[in-house]
Design a protein around this ligand. Structure first.
Ligand code: ATP
Length: 284
């Protein structure tokens, strides 16, 4: 049974922020990398996309953003319907139109924050750009908004961070800045693609808790992508299990964790449990 909010069934005509129907992505040689994937996410709902490396998770995220690598072909439909923006099928939409959707419609936080940050620009200036563009802020109001945005992601010394270059702060702090940049656009849908995978375990837990709180506070829809079942189950309500580009199982997080049906999902649950008990053993 699908709970309200997120579903793997590709509902039609609902009030979804995102509705993906029959998404298929092929390589230049015609190999199917994502096959006939359907799901929907309603405002404020959270959907997890889980699968091992190469299962098609990142390509799904890139397809939603209209950023698939050149040479790939895409079919199906990806309808983004964000407040204040025209309802759009990303597939086939003009790049000019997609530029307007990226940020306010949907935005991504990637595994490696340096992909979102310009290494040659101070953090304050980078953060000011979306605040100016999306919220129209200028002057002292813009400077205040930069500090507020850095405070919101719990950076202890926002004034110092604003004046720093990305390489002058830690990896965990950079990911907080990347989250602040994503949120500055006030997106209807946040896609988090392995947002904590590159971080130390303790920092990982802090960033995850931060993301969790911000998504709740802002009522954003969340597509959370990870290879880690424990991480996905801590932040989402509903999951799709992806294997070789195919959704092999979909359902409520608790059902998937307690009674996985597909052998691949069972393997994911077993290895997550094994890791869990190994950690218990090493850290009694
Ligand atoms: N630019 C590309 N050109 C050709 N094939 C690609 C390209 N990018 C990804 N692929 C292939 O598409 C498949 C899915 O890749 P994708 O990056 O979506 O996997 P993933 O589940 O996100 O894995 P990871 O967790 O390692 O990021 C893989 O077989 C990968 O080799």
């Amino acid at each position: 049974m699908n709970p309200p909010g997120a579903s793997g069934g590709g509902k039609k005509g609902g009030a979804g922020v995102l509705e993906v129907i029959g998404l298929t992505v092929r390589s230049g040689e015609g190999r199917a990398l994502v096959s006939d994937l359907s799901f929907a996410i309603e405002p404020g709902a959270r959907l997890g996309l889980i699968g091992e490396s190469g299962s098609g998770k990142s390509l799904t995220a890139l397809a939603i953003m209209g950023l698939l690598p050149a040479g790939m072909t895409v079919s199906g439909s990806i309808v983004l319907d964000a407040p204040g923006l025209a309802r759009t099928d990303v597939i086939g939409a003009a790049e000019r139109h997609l530029k307007g959707l990226r940020g306010r419609g949907a935005t991504v936080v990637f595994q490696e924050p340096l992909t979102a940050l310009d290494p040659l620009m101070k953090i304050g200036r980078q953060l000011a750009e979306p605040l100016r563009r999306v919220r129209g802020l200028r002057g002292a109001a813009l400077r205040r908004a930069v500090v507020t945005a850095l405070e919101e992601v719990r950076l202890p010394t926002p004034g110092r961070v604003a004046k720093a270059y990305p390489h002058e702060i830690s990896g965990g702090q950079r990911q907080r800045v990347a989250i602040a940049m994503a949120l500055a656009c006030e997106p209807a849908l946040l896609i988090a693609d392995e947002p904590t995978t590159a971080l130390d375990v303790t920092v990982q837990a802090e960033v995850l808790a931060l993301l969790d709180g911000l998504v709740t506070a802002r009522g954003m829809a969340l597509l959370f992508i990870s290879h880690d079942l424990a991480v996905v189950s801590s932040v989402t309500d509903h999951v799709i299990v992806l294997k070789d580009g195919v959704a092999v199982e979909t359902g409520d997080v608790l059902d998937i964790v307690t009674s996985p049906r597909h052998p691949y999902t069972r393997d994911l649950v077993t290895s997550a449990r094994r890791l869990d008990s190994a950690l218990d053993w090493t850290h009694p």
